[in-house]
Write a protein that binds this ligand. Structure first.
Ligand SMILES: [Zn+2]
Length: 372
């Protein structure tokens, strides 16, 4: 194991922070996996899974069973982790720029593509290595000016050469689910099975330049531009694993999730040994464009009538919003059949806020597909 420290730009004197990365397996391994936890710093189940993985990966490395390089960042967002406001942990938005910590990662596709066709050839491995070199060089050429930019760039640089990127998040109150691209689904479908994903939502570009997509979109773009002339694979596939809800920081759950990741690595041949049989997929993959955010029609007390993990019918009552002064009671119903997989932790709804998420089957959204 190798421990590296990556200092971040200090916003004011006396507040130095850093990203700590841990590296396992042969440095010259052909395949590279990147895992980070708690980029949204109020989503801590991923940090516990990462810590659990630290022990497991050290054991596998000591036994000579790791056939890939693994880069692990258990605390991806030390800035957000320090956002405690009057006994309430925050950590989703940067205070200075008011932006979501998981949006607006650098898009260097233009820099990579410039003059690329002169260097590509008929060898897919050559092309992959070349693009990774250019990807890394383009990120290295950027000069961050703020703490947030230096944090984003540090994480991107650590992950940009990885074959697989696993970004560990969670929702507010939710069952196991994940987000990935249609192209990556065959790679991650076994992980979804081991993990027990109750919803798997697929989109190529959900519009936010989020961490997972800042890698895959580069390869999408290069394949679109050059793929008819040169063999280009996906040099990086990424998935955002949503490890249930914010309160699900639990040793049994973390052990299950860490084991799911290791079983998936065995399945891919990246950890020696036989992978356990694949469990059934708990719920079919759906398009992210078919997912519905259910909004509160008025402000008021939010009282749920269903729990996450419930397969619901169109029109099924999910929650009620109660105005105790006017006695108005507004139902929140499922607009279509699907998997009700996540709900708000808040119980005083503000008018228009998102109260629940349902993975439906009828695609009807386009453009920006994510929560704020
Ligand atoms: Zn998140």
């Amino acid at each position: 194991m190798e421990h590296r420290r990556h200092p971040l730009i200090s916003p004011v004197p006396g507040t130095e922070r850093q990203i700590d990365s841990f590296h396992y397996g042969p440095a010259d391994a052909e395949r590279h996996l990147y895992i980070q936890g708690a980029l949204h710093a109020d989503e801590l189940p991923g940090m516990l899974v990462a810590w659990t993985l630290k022990q497991r990966l050290a054991e596998l490395e000591a036994q000579g069973l790791l056939a890939c390089r693994v880069t692990l960042v258990p605390v991806a967002n030390p800035v957000g982790l320090d956002q405690q406001l009057m006994d309430t942990p925050l950590g989703r938005y940067d205070f200075e720029s008011l932006t979501n910590f998981n949006r607006r990662y650098a898009n260097v596709a233009d820099e990579i593509a410039a003059g690329l066709d002169a260097a590509l050839n008929d060898d897919v491995a050559h092309n992959r290595d070349l693009i990774r070199d250019r990807f890394e060089a383009a990120l290295d050429a950027m000069t961050p000016t703020t703490t947030l930019e230096s944090m984003r760039l540090t994480l991107q640089r650590l992950a940009c050469r990885a074959d697989f990127v696993l970004d560990l998040h969670c929702d507010f109150d939710a069952v196991e689910h994940l987000y990935t691209t249609p192209a990556a689904w065959p790679v991650f479908e076994p992980l979804a099975r081991y993990f027990g994903a109750k919803a798997s939502m697929l989109a190529t570009d959900s519009g936010g330049q989020s961490f997972d997509e800042c890698f895959t979109l580069v390869w999408e773009r290069l394949r679109q531009t050059f793929g008819d002339r040169f063999p280009l694979d996906y040099g990086c596939q990424s998935v955002t694993l949503e490890l249930r809800g914010q309160r699900d920081v639990d040793h049994d759950l973390a052990a299950h999730d860490a084991q799911a990741i290791i079983d998936w690595l065995r399945h891919l041949g990246l950890v020696a040994g036989e992978a356990p049989p694949l469990p059934e997929l708990a719920y079919p993959a759906t398009e992210l464009a078919a997912m519905d955010f259910l909004h509160a029609p008025i402000g008021g007390l939010l009282v749920f009538h269903a729990r996450p993990g419930t397969v619901v019918e169109a029109g099924q009552l999910i929650a009620e919003i109660i105005d105790p002064i006017s006695d108005r009671v507004e139902p929140v119903r499922a607009p279509q059949a699907g998997m009700f997989y996540a709900r708000s932790q808040r119980r005083m709804a503000t008018a228009g806020m998102i109260v629940a998420d349902i993975a439906g089957h009828h695609s009807h959204r386009s453009g920006y597909l994510l929560a704020p």
